[in-house]
Write a protein that binds this ligand. Sequence first.
Ligand code: ASP
Length: 305
Amino acid sequence: MVITIRLTQRKSLVDLGDTTMSIRPCAIIVHGGAGQIPEESLPRRLEGCNQAALAGWKILENGGTALDAVEAAVILLEDNPLFNAGTGSTLNALGQVEMDAAIMEGRTLTAGAVAAVTGIKNPVQLARKVLEDGRHVVLAGEGALRFARQVGVPEFSPEFLVIDEERMRWNKKHGTVGCVAADETGQVVAGTSTGGIFDKLPGRIGDTPLIGCGTYADSAGAASCTGMGEAIIRAVMGKTALDLVRSGYHPMEAARRAVAELEEKTGGKAGLIIIDHQGRIGHARNTTHMPVCIITGPGEISVHS
Ligand code: ASP
């Protein structure tokens, strides 16, 4: 019988007579989008990822769930206008913001996603409501907004999501955000949020809210992808990466192989982050940059660009 208890020092196994109480190692990894990032903005993006990872880590460290940790981390990134998600989302061909987001739990395969939504400050929060409601997996456009009203997710004037247009153009190829985390119960969660790609056709839905493509979690782990959405969809990148973990590869090697496979099959550019139930981390990209922050224990923080 496995019972989970809360300890300040994780990675412990406590034997109490006939009951083994196991605490799984918690970990969290955040990405700030794959692409070519101007050198001068890299430190601020890494700092944004660091802040988000720390917010999620605080929840995990206090015995909170991976679902809460991932949601909190992604909300911080959506609120940071440096990233192409929530406030600061890139514009479609009509100059409008249309956002995609998803969140998924590995143990239960429960998932919630929203696609092509506008007028919502934090799409990942709405995606979580879809997950909790349980009737559907993906809600799009006007229907998603109607659902938001029903479940009390506040609306937000679309113009507040749009920041300086020049900065948007400058940001056009990167800045999607994502997070994967493992909590002390061994639950893993993936969350991803994006404004999509610059100048996309209205109604275009990318890989992010498509379960198995940009966002996926199952018994092997959790994955969040970023990059050319059309390529990620065709390669079913998230599921492909976790199948590699399931077949025995370390998440780092699985991430490398998933990127190589995507490139070989589609010629696409992308990156992804992975976590497994033991809190082992993987990340890889075939783009110039993908800011990443990893926390695997108190004070065990690393950032990569
Ligand atoms: N994957 C996102 C999309 O295609 C874009 C990105 O990650 O930058 O919607």
